[in-house]
Design a protein around this ligand. Sequence first.
Ligand code: LLP
Length: 458
Amino acid sequence: MTNRLRLSAETTPWPLTTTGLPSPTKTPSSPTATGEDDLAVGGVRLAEIAATYGTPAYVLDEADVRARARAYRAALPEAEIAYAGKAFLCRAMISWIEAEGLSLDVCSGGELALACHVGFPPERIVLHGNAKTPRDVQDALAYGVGRVVVDSTYEITQLAVAAHAGHPQKVLIRVTPGVDAHTHKAVATGVEDQKFGFSLATGAAADAVRQVLHWQLADKPALELAGLHCHLGSQITSVDVFAEAARRLIALMAWIRDEYRVVVPELDLGGGHAVGYRDGDPDFDLDLYARTVRTVIAKACRQHRLPVPKLTVEPGRAIVARAGVTLYRVLTMKRIPGIRTFVAVDGGMSDNPRPALYGSAYTARLIGRASTAPTEPMTVVGRHCEAGDVIAHDLPLPADLRPGDLLAVPCTGAYQHSMASTYNQVCRPPVIAVRDGVARVLIRRETLEDLQARDVSL
Ligand code: LLP
């Protein structure tokens, strides 16, 4: 039983909201206090996890993931909820998603292979990618994925030729609706000037429709236009931008009906629902989204005399971000009087590149011992050879913080492990799942042997 840890479940709410950790109301199965100096997630003490599995380590609360999946289904019972696996993927995660009745959005042959490995129902898989490899396309066809989201004219031809004529592959056309979601430029995908999708404004989307319908209306159809798709970007707080995108895509559906007498049955509005990483950060209002999008779609369809299409949404971050906590050990500290105190931990931009990439803000708190010391601003940095290797700027941390202490950084379930690197030949942390007082390793810690195994020649 080296990878399992049994501890009793705790009941006291996690008193961490002042440091920015999610409140129990936001996080149904949120971490709980086990005493003044310790914290638990899923009934397992974080300090115990650090002692058993070492640091850095990602901890993932299974109940939280499942609760958020259920919340999406409850808020949008009429919709298909396709979890965007790029946020975090492993076999256990896929099985939780499947058990909760969600579909799965994959964006590479690798993500698809993992889904195949656990036998995820192919009809519930949506394949994305602006530049799919021939192998991605072959694998998708071989596995029989439900829908392929096509993103270029080359891909439409490639897919149609590879598909079995007479057994049409369902496709969604990825449309760039020209809606600015006011998010970080690196993750803004609804606007014209980026690599994804067919532009509505230039007529490229209409051309793509024509191209797909050519293959659909052939004697032996190779493609079937199952729907229109858009993804406006990530970490979006506004609901209005989704409403606007829905209106524009439904207008395109009406044009398709008028032009080709084809009714498009599905509208996929992508993901991008924001998560508050710290106390006070704006959160996405899922109920407002559900109400607004439902109303807007119904109204637009009435105006265009179209049947209401099936709605699909693709949340990634909103399902898994808050279920994650990363544990670090403090290795060293540097005080520059009058300027700043740096706290250096045993991880950094290799396990969390988001602050360096997007300027994302996180919080952290001391765990594993009680401290009554006053707090002072400290900047938590990693161990990598870059000044930009920062995990969190100017956090209030106890003045008696010292090497050997443990820090917990919440809200690290999405785009942390999935974007981790081995920069500086640093091994990637394990992912430890917790549930009902039991911890288990989902993904083991990477070893130097793992890294060196790829170095095959002198
Ligand atoms: N659907 C499509 C087609 C996507 O491209 C994405 C994310 C999603 C759904 C899910 O988006 P979410 O609900 O997780 O925001 N690495 C960045 C995020 C990149 C998102 C890429 N696409 C980050 O760490 O913030």
